[in-house]
Design a protein around this ligand. Structure first.
Ligand SMILES: Nc1ncnc2c1ncn2[C@@H]1O[C@H](COP(=O)(O)OP(=O)(O)O)[C@@H](O)[C@H]1O
Ligand SMILES: [Mg+2]
Length: 240
C-alpha cells in the first residue's frame, strides 16, 4: 500500500480583512520528500505555512495530515500532528542555554515534578548526533552563531517528535558554508524518514536538495513540478 501524502492543503484561502493573502492554494507533500515552496516576497508562503504551524487558521479550505482531515488551531496541535516549523526569525531565549531552549515548554520531569535536565541533555545529544546537528547543550544562546541557533531550532522540533519540518527562508541568515551544512542536514533528515517543506526564492538551493517545487505567485498556487523536469528559467517565469 502506498503511504498517503504527509500534507495535503486543498483550496486554502486566507484573508486578512479584505486582503487575500492565499487564494485557493493547493499543496501536497509526499512522505520523505523535500518539497520547495517558491515565490517572490509577499507571495503568501509564510502565511500558508503558518496555517500548518497552527499560528493562523484558514478562512476556507481543508488540510489533511497523513491522510486525515485536521483542524490545526494551535501550535501545540501542530506539534501533536508531528509538524515543526523553523521560523525566519528564531524564537529562542537569549539568556537560556541550548538545552533549556530545546526543552522549554515540553519539560521532562522526574517523579515529584523535578525537571530531569540530565535526561533531556542525553536525548538532545542523541538527536544531535543522529542528524548531524552540532550544538553544545550548555552554551548560552547569546554566545553561539546564528547557524548554531538555527540548529537549536531544528533540534527543538525534533525533540518534540516532528516528522514534517518546515523551513521558512532558512538560508537568508546563513554564511555560504553554513548554507552547505544546512542543505546536508536536510538530506540527512529525509534519509532518516522526515519530510521537509523548504521555503525559498533561491533557485540554486531548490535545485541542490528538492524533489518537487510548488510555485506561488500573488497568493495563488501556479503549479507543482519536479526539479528534474524544469529549468531555472521555467521556475523563474512561473514565479514572476
Ligand atoms: N497578519 C497579517 N495581516 C495583514 N496582512 C498580512 C499579514 N500577514 C501577511 N500579510 C500580507 O500577506 C501577504 C503575504 O505575506 P507572506 O505570507 O508573509 O509572504 P511571503 O512569505 O511569501 O513573503 C503580504 O502582502 C503581507 O503583507
Ligand atoms: Mg515569508
Amino acid at each position: 500500500m502506498t503511504k498517503p501524502n504527509v500534507i495535503e492543503m486543498h483550496d486554502i484561502t486566507k484573508k486578512f480583512g479584505e486582503f487575500v493573502a492565499n487564494d485557493h492554494i493547493n499543496l501536497d507533500v509526499r512522505p520523505g520528500e523535500i518539497h520547495a515552496l517558491l515565490g517572490e516576497n509577499g507571495a503568501g508562503k509564510s502565511t500558508l505555512m503558518n496555517m500548518l504551524a497552527g499560528l493562523l487558521q484558514p478562512t476556507s479550505g481543508t488540510i489533511k495530515v497523513n491522510g486525515q482531515a485536521v483542524t490545526i488551531d494551535s501550535p501545540s496541535k501542530a506539534t501533536k500532528l508531528g509538524i515543526g516549523m523553523v521560523h525566519q526569525h528564531f524564537m529562542l531565549v537569549e539568556a537560556f542555554t541550548v538545552a533549556e531552549n530545546i526543552i522549554l515548554g515540553s519539560e521532562v520531569t522526574k517523579a515529584g515534578g523535578v525537571l530531569d535536565m540530565k535526561k533531556a541533555v542525553k536525548e538532545i545529544t542523541e538527536l544531535s548526533q543522529r542528524y548531524g546537528l552540532a550544538v553544545d547543550p550548555s552554551a548560552k544562546i547569546a554566545d553561539i552563531s546564528v547557524g548554531a541557533q538555527q540548529r537549536v531550532e531544528i533540534l527543538k522540533t525534533l525533540y518534540r517528535g516532528a516528522d514534517i519540518l518546515i523551513f521558512d527562508e532558512p538560508t537568508a541568515v546563513l554564511t555560504p558554508s553554513e548554507i552547505t551544512e544546512l542543505l546536508n542536514i536536510m538530506k540527512t533528515l529525509v534519509k532518516e524518514g522526515k519530510s521537509i517543506i523548504l521555503i525559498t526564492h533561491k533557485l540554486d538551493e531548490i535545485r541542490a536538495v528538492s524533489d518537487r517545487v510548488t510555485v506561488i505567485r500573488r497568493g495563488k498556487s501556479i503549479d507543482t513540478v519536479t526539479i528534474e523536469g524544469s529549468t531555472n528559467a521555467d521556475l523563474a517565469e512561473m514565479m514572476v
